[in-house]
Design a protein around this ligand. Structure first.
Ligand SMILES: NC(=O)c1ccc[n+]([C@@H]2O[C@H](COP(=O)([O-])OP(=O)(O)OC[C@H]3O[C@@H](n4cnc5c(N)ncnc54)[C@H](OP(=O)(O)O)[C@@H]3O)[C@@H](O)[C@H]2O)c1
Length: 390
């Protein structure tokens, strides 16, 4: 695996930056923080613009589709696999021989896709081992029902890919029926609940992985753990704010989860950036911007290209070792794989350990889980969740 600092190849994975050089967190100073400093903000935007302009050059060493190692022994759950990046992830894993579970809010659309894929695949090998289960991330009850149904099979889960996400560009602030801002719920809270509840199955499948399809946009996000719903009025709500906050919250939660899972659990937690990808996520963009997507295809990945970092994180044999190394080094964040399949550093704010712990605690409170849920699940105990009663 290459390191995040440049194109040089290295045989042993290493932290994106030496942990020795990481600045010490300054709890008192950070407590007062009410937003990104302008330098952090400018650097964040530079990362976003850099990815938009240079992703194809940075990823020019990658093949498309990404060749996968043997995956016949893997069972993988892919959320949001009826379109865009998730569709590509599910199809490529299935065609490579994995058992794939499409976790989707529209099972009929998924069944139609499977039928089409089976037809196109016929004669090329064994029929694809792929199935559909219903999951609506806008309902935490649905998440609990999904996890209960999966865990009750008592089978192993090797890879959970939290891919489903929304970016309701230009739309007013909306809340789920659970009362949470929709970007925060779909992009962070519901995947967090799913990840924790599926730990028993991931333990059975160990070594296993949780892969969160995140975004370079988290670099311009700032999370106030006391205002995860973005209702305090301290910041004017925009869909961009909602999206970026949800993606940063996911990196912070994943970093704490990564630290709380003991090495013996064999569960790796990663976030990835897929790049800037032409998918349905752009359906709410102004028409002029959508037209731009077609005019400048050189800069924008197609969904197959956009699926590479997730597939890499889900299957590359060096990934667990890399994650363990970060843990052993007490690196403050979980592994983050960029669109060119190289480890990179998440945003400066993602390294704010104190805020990350507060995001962790607040998230567990919001999704109705006890604060020691991970430790109890690792011990094989049962936990109860406030959701899923019905
Ligand atoms: N495209 C980009 O440039 C880009 C850049 C950075 C990060 N990402 C991330 O990549 C991931 C995949 O996005 P995409 O670009 O492939 O977009 P997409 O084509 O819109 O796919 C999103 C998927 O999420 C599903 N989904 C949405 N709301 C859901 C809900 N409430 N419950 C269950 N599933 C739900 C959608 O289901 P339906 O098919 O039923 O709508 C769809 O399958 C997202 O997390 C996104 O934030 C994308």
């Amino acid at each position: 695996m290459d390191d995040g600092g440049g194109g040089s190849s290295s045989s042993s994975p290493k932290s994106p930056k030496s942990p020795d050089s990481a600045p010490e967190p300054k709890p008192k100073e950070r407590k007062q923080k009410s937003g990104l400093g302008w330098l952090e903000w400018a650097r964040g935007w530079m990362s976003v613009i850099g990815e938009m302009l240079f992703q194809r050059i940075m990823a020019s060493h990658l093949e498309n589709p990404l060749p996968l190692p043997p995956v016949n022994h893997l069972t993988c759950i892919v959320t949001g696999s009826t379109s865009g990046i998730g569709l590509q992830i599910a199809r490529q894993l299935a065609e490579a021989g994995a058992h794939v579970v499409m976790a989707v809010r529209n099972p009929k659309a998924a069944q139609d896709l499977i039928q089409k894929w089976q037809n196109e695949w016929s004669g090329m090998g064994l029929p694809l081992n792929i199935e559909v289960m219903e999951l609506d991330l806008l309902s935490l009850d649905s998440v609990v029902r999904f996890a209960d149904a999966w865990n009750s099979r008592l089978g192993p889960l090797h890879v959970l890919i939290n891919n489903a996400g929304i970016f309701s560009i230009g739309e007013p602030q909306k809340f789920s029926k659970d009362g949470y801002e929709q970007h925060m719920q779909v992009n962070h809270l519901a995947p967090a609940l799913l990840s924790v509840l599926l730990l028993p199955s991931l333990l059975r499948g160990s070594p296993s992985r949780i892969v969160n399809v995140n975004s370079v946009m988290h670099y311009i996000g700032f999370v106030d753990p006391e205002d995860m719903n973005l209702v305090s009025g301290r910041r004017k709500y925009t869909s961009l704010l909602g999206y970026c906050c949800s993606k940063l919250a996911q990196v912070m939660f994943s970093s704490v989860l990564h630290k709380r899972l003991p090495a013996e659990s064999g569960i790796s937690v990663l976030c990835v950036s897929p790049g800037v990808v032409q998918t349905n996520v752009a359906r709410d963009l102004p028409r002029i911007v959508q037209a731009g997507y077609h005019v400048i295809p050189y800069f924008i990945f197609n969904p197959q290209e956009g699926s590479r970092s997730s597939l890499f994180a889900a299957t590359d044999p060096q990934v667990p070792e890399y994650c363990e190394l970060l843990k052993a080094d007490e690196w403050p964040v979980c592994a983050f794989i960029s669109q060119d399949c190289r480890p990179t550093n998440p945003s400066e704010e993602a390294h704010n350990v104190e805020t990350a712990y507060r995001v962790w605690e607040k998230t567990l409170e919001m999704i109705g889980l006890p604060s020691d849920c991970v430790e109890r699940l690792i011990e094989g105990e049962e936990i109860t969740c406030r959701y899923g009663g019905q």
